[in-house]
Design a protein around this ligand. Sequence first.
Ligand code: AMP
Length: 282
Amino acid sequence: MLVFKGFKDLNKHLNHVRNQDPNLIIGLVPTMGALHQGHLSLVRQCNKDCDLTICSIFVNPTQFNKQNDLTNYPKPIAQDISLLIQAQCDVLLLPDVQEVYPESYVHQTFDIKNIDNIIEGKSRVGHFQGVCNVIYRFFSEITPHKAYFGQKDFQQTVVIKKLVALVGLRVDIVVCPIVRENNGLAMSSRNIRLSRGGKQEAKCIYEALCILKKHYKKLGISNSIGLAKKHILATKGTEIDYLVVVNTSNLAIAKEQNRNEMIALVVVNFEGIRLLDNLILS
Ligand code: AMP
C-alpha cells in the first residue's frame, strides 16, 4: 500500500496510473481513522467495484462542534495502516490540517436545502457544513469515479448526495450496509470508549429499532416510537437525543405510514458517548 500525505504527490501517482490505463476506475473511502470492520467493509466493496482503492484518514476539525470530542478522537494510526494492508487497500491518503485547509482556503457554506440543519444537524450545529467542506475538498482534488459511505451515518449520505448534485461533481455515491457487533450494536470508532459492560448494554439501541420495525404497521409510528424509547430508557444511564421516523428521500418526519421508504434514526448518549444508529423500515 502506498501512503501519501499531500494531494500533489497523490495526483502525481494517479496521473501515472491513469496514463497506463485511461479506463481505470478509482474509488475513494473517506474516513476519520480508528478503523473497524465497518470501515473495512467499505474498502472491500470499493476493491470489488474499482481498479484502485484510496482510503483517506483525516480527523476533520470543521465537523466537530465540541473541542473535547475532537481532542479525544482515537488515532491508532499504526493499527489502521496494518488493517488497510490486510484489506488490500491500494493507497492511503493521510493529510494534515494544513494540506486540507491551506491558509488561502475559504470555508464555504453549501445550500443543501436545510437537510444540514435538521435531526443530527440540529444537535450538532455546523457539523454537516464541515462534512461538506472536507468532502468537497477531497472530491475536487482526487476526482474519484466512486465514493463509499456507510448507511450508519444515514443523514450524511443524504447530505453528500445533495452536495454532489449542487456542485455538479461527477462521482457515484455508494452507500454500504451497517456492520454490527454480534449483539447488534452498530460498530463505531467511539465504541472503544465504552466500558465492557456498557458495550453489552448498548445493544438496547438496535433492539429498540427492531421493536419499532416489528410494531409500526400495527400500532402506528408514534406508539412504536414510544415502545422503542421505553426499551432504551430501561437501560440505566441512557439518554435519548432523538428517535425519529423519516422518509429516506428528504428526511421529512413521517408521522404516519406512507408510501415512501421510511427509516428510523436514533442517537443515544451513553457513558458520555453519542451512539448513532438507524434501521430502514420499509
Ligand atoms: P468515520 O470514520 O466515522 O467518519 O466513518 C467513515 C465511513 O465509515 C462513513 O461513511 C461511515 O458511515 C462508515 N461507517 C462507520 N461505521 C460503520 C459501520 N458500523 N458500518 C458501515 N459503515 C460504517
